[in-house]
Design a protein around this ligand. Structure first.
Ligand code: TLP
Length: 343
């Protein structure tokens, strides 16, 4: 099967498996797992943040951050297609008692500009308006098609939010992809945010895990919330060992995934009834709209599956995510399969 459903499907490399087998471990709830400690130090160093926390999933990292930045009864501004709003159940309501205020970006990139955020803010208004405590951003923006938010936009939003006493959390599940596409360092992209979460288990290829980063005080509290949520792991060094390799070895080859996505997108864009904005394909995600084919995204995905290709369907859209487990040659086969599935 050529699995393009997500970059979460990547399996650990032989080097990761070896490192996992040989990892030095201890009980991380006591802070005694040397490999986890090494991973947290290394991630903090790369992102130039004071501290980092290894968490089992990106969702948990995001939700810990929301819990710490908000109070029950406060609001979180987020772009309408954001992962935190759409795919993390109603976690911010359940865990933090916070209300999401989704704002649809006028830009196809899915990235909000400050004036759009400002229009949705509740700061110093009448007492019956729930106060805005947090702006949650996403870079790359998954459901908008892996689009990137430039550093200047990020800096602008953070500066203005901070001036109003509002925190900014960055869901940087794929921040390394954004950094490659923008030719920036991840530290520069994440720098102005109060907290950032990134995933090791997506394009970076580790089997499990994400990191949450922020100030030393923030991460001290985050450690307690992780335990509260049942995320205190014991000999997690076996996972951290793979993550350390992912962190060092994977970023330099992400551009390959972007080339594969570009090739796929250019081929799909030429097929009749497939709508796809090529300007938005800058990382490893390709989303196309197939409503004009009148065949239904689900039916097309079923036919793709019969031809050995897996993709995800969201309504009338089909999403393909490229990663290192799918070769250039397999992308060519996926293109042929898609053409056959449409015909
Ligand atoms: N995204 C998954 C699905 O949940 C849609 C995927 O296949 O893309 N932030 C962003 C931007 C994400 O894309 C994801 C996962 C997460 C957070 C959550 O990470 P996990 O799955 O580790 O909880």
């Amino acid at each position: 099967m050529i699995d393009l459903r997500s970059d979460t499907v990547t399996r650990p490399t032989p080097a990761m498996r070896r490192a996992m087998a040989e990892a030095e471990v201890g009980d991380d709830v006591y802070g005694e797992d040397p490999t986890v400690n090494q991973l947290e130090e290394r991630a903090a160093e790369i992102f130039e943040k004071e501290a980092a926390l290894f968490v089992p999933t990106g969702s948990m990292g995001n939700q810990i951050a929301i819990k710490l930045h908000t109070r029950p009864g406060s609001e979180v501004i987020i772009e309408e297609r954001g992962h935190i709003f759409n795919y993390e159940m109603a976690a911010m309501a359940v865990i933090s008692g916070a209300l999401a205020r989704p704002v649809r970006s006028r830009d196809a990139s899915g990235h909000l500009a400050w004036d759009e955020i400002a229009a949705a803010l509740h700061v110093g208004g009448p007492y019956y308006l729930a106060p805005t405590r947090l702006v949650a951003l996403e870079n790359t923006h998954n459901l908008a098609g892996g689009t990137v938010m430039p550093r200047a936009q990020m800096e602008d939003i953070c500066r203005r939010a901070h001036a109003l006493g509002i925190a900014v959390h960055l869901d940087g599940a794929r921040i390394f992809n954004a950094a490659v596409a923008l030719d920036e360092r991840v530290a520069a992209l994440a720098g102005p945010a109060d907290s950032v979460m990134f995933c090791l288990s997506k394009g970076l290829g580790a089997p499990v895990g994400s990191m949450l980063l922020g100030s030393a005080d923030f991460i001290r509290e985050a450690r307690a919330v992780r335990k509260l949520l049942g995320g205190g792991m014991r000999q997690a060094g076996v996972l951290a060992a793979a993550a350390l390799i992912a962190l060092e070895e994977s970023p330099p080859r992400l551009y390959e995934d972007h080339l594969k996505a570009r090739r796929l997108a250019e081929a799909l864009a030429q097929m009749r009834g497939v709508r796809l904005d090529l300007t938005r394909v800058v990382t490893n995600i390709v989303i196309c709209d197939v409503s004009e084919t009148k065949q239904g995204a689900e039916a097309i995905c079923a036919r793709l599956r019969e031809r050995g290709v897996l993709a995800s369907n969201f309504g009338q859209q089909i999403r393909f995510v490229t990663h290192y487990d799918v070769s250039h040659e397999e992308i060519e086969r996926a293109i042929i399969a898609f053409k056959e599935a449409l015909d």
